[in-house]
Design a protein around this ligand. Sequence first.
Ligand code: NDP
Length: 282
Amino acid sequence: KILLASICVAFLAAKWTSPRFDADSLKGARVLVTGASTGIGEQMAYHYARFGAKIVITARREKVLQQVVEKCLSLGAQKAFYIAADMANEADPDKVVDYALEKLGGLDYLVLNHIGPSPFSMWKGDVDHTKWLMKVNFFSYIQMAWKALPSLEQNKGSLVVVSSLLGKITSPFVAPYSSTKFALNGFFGSLRHELAMKKSNVSISVCTLGLIDTDSAMEKVRGVTDVPAYPATDAALNIIITGSTRQPELFYPWFTYFIVITKDWFPSLTDYMTQNSYNYIP
Ligand code: NDP
């Protein structure tokens, strides 16, 4: 009971002492959002647009990006551009950052959010898929971050990395995906130390998300788990606020924080609950 009470107090204290979000600070902010043709990335683009930001969005499907850009402009974006790119191609991450720098004249926010499709199934030894997914979900992130860093440094900018609870705790059916998210947490955690030690003014926010109701996620888990899914638009807003207030971490929904801190204290219980959260009959 004392442990639980201390955890709750620490959590609430962290909430109360976190800086207030100033929506006006995003007016005219120069933002690059990846994976913005659908899902959480698309919702982030709309929120940034409503806040009056200047946006570049990217993903592979040009036609969909075009529609998202049109909607962003109608919602109030000061500027909105798109560039189609495949993050599995080695040249594309740099190409996208260069395009954003050219169109916006610099960057205040780099929001790394895209993921490649990956099966929701038991590991069957497909190493090539895992290598490919690493390119899309991990290597492109570090390439874009490195390319954008000089501009972010000039502008006291923020780097926002959309990660997952599956980058903090392990779970069945998602071995390749989970590996890419653990890699992101390791890399950007390390980079955050280095930037702090160099007294850099760039903030890094790593966002730990639970299940969110995007089409791609829902398709995978329908009938497989009863874990509640949270709204993509709310997740998107929380990510934006976390980046804007320069918080190192977001846990969304709130209880993902408790799952993460209890897994080291009660590993067997966490394993039991994880395995029993799926309807699986061997
Ligand atoms: P979606 O599958 O809805 O969207 C993925 C985006 O990435 C799309 O815009 C897609 O567009 C783009 N994309 C896919 N492949 C590539 C590629 N090779 N190159 C460039 N872009 C690509 O994802 P979500 O919105 O559900 O997830 C967004 C983020 O949130 C991810 O980082 C995910 O890990 C994280 N998250 C999501 C959870 C959830 O339950 N939804 C839970 C925890 C974390 P296109 O097909 O046009 O390329």
